[in-house]
Design a protein around this ligand. Structure first.
Ligand SMILES: [Zn+2]
Length: 186
């Protein structure tokens, strides 16, 4: 009984201390690289920003080689979303991560990100990892907005038409997919 009590007290103490330790800032050395499947993006001078939930935690620009440094202090965010945009590039999600491996991580991002698929070949969302609300992006003429009914019975305009997200013609075609759950392109 005794060792058990000691161990559980230690575990409880560790949890307690863990939750109360102020988190350290992270200093990210980031590198944006071309995805060999689409090398159209110009890597210099891209705007990079990190979101935790709806809040922008930090933003910066890439140097001429696509490298950047970014620093912020994580709090209780469930995940961190890295986005970037630049001349002719719409805001695109390049990574969603849960934790950082150290306080000074070296991170490589691909633009567009590498696409993961499930066993059926359906594209997984970069953020929620699910496939059910992911749509390929259709580039072309004026977007066709369709109305659809939400679960609560509310009618909303949806940019999704015939199973594709309507992006319009003015955007450089970097993002290939859109997740309607997270409202992100990647
Ligand atoms: Zn998603």
């Amino acid at each position: 009984m005794r060792p058990y009590v000691i161990i559980s007290s230690l575990v409880i103490a560790a949890l307690f201390l863990g939750f109360n330790t102020p988190s350290n800032p992270v200093y990210i050395s980031g590198h944006i690289r071309h995805n060999p499947k689409d090398t159209s993006v110009f890597l210099a001078g891209l705007n990079v920003f990190v979101k935790g939930g709806t809040q922008i935690l930090a933003k910066t620009n890439t140097d001429k080689n696509g490298n950047f440094n970014l620093s912020f202090t994580p709090k209780d965010e469930k995940s961190f979303e890295f986005f970037c945009y630049g001349p002719g590039t719409d805001s695109i999600l390049i990574a969603s991560i849960k934790t950082f491996e150290s306080d000074t991580p070296e991170m490589i991002f691909y633009i567009p990100a590498h696409i993961k698929r499930n066993a059926l070949g359906n594209v997984k969302c970069l953020k929620c990892n699910k496939t059910d609300e992911v749509y390929p992006i259709r580039y072309g003429d004026a977007p066709i907005y369709t109305s659809r009914t939400t679960e609560s019975g509310e009618k909303v305009l949806s940019p999704i038409y015939k199973g594709k997200y309507q992006a319009g013609a003015c955007i450089v075609r970097t993002a290939k997919y859109y997740c309607d759950r997270d409202k992100v392109k990647f």
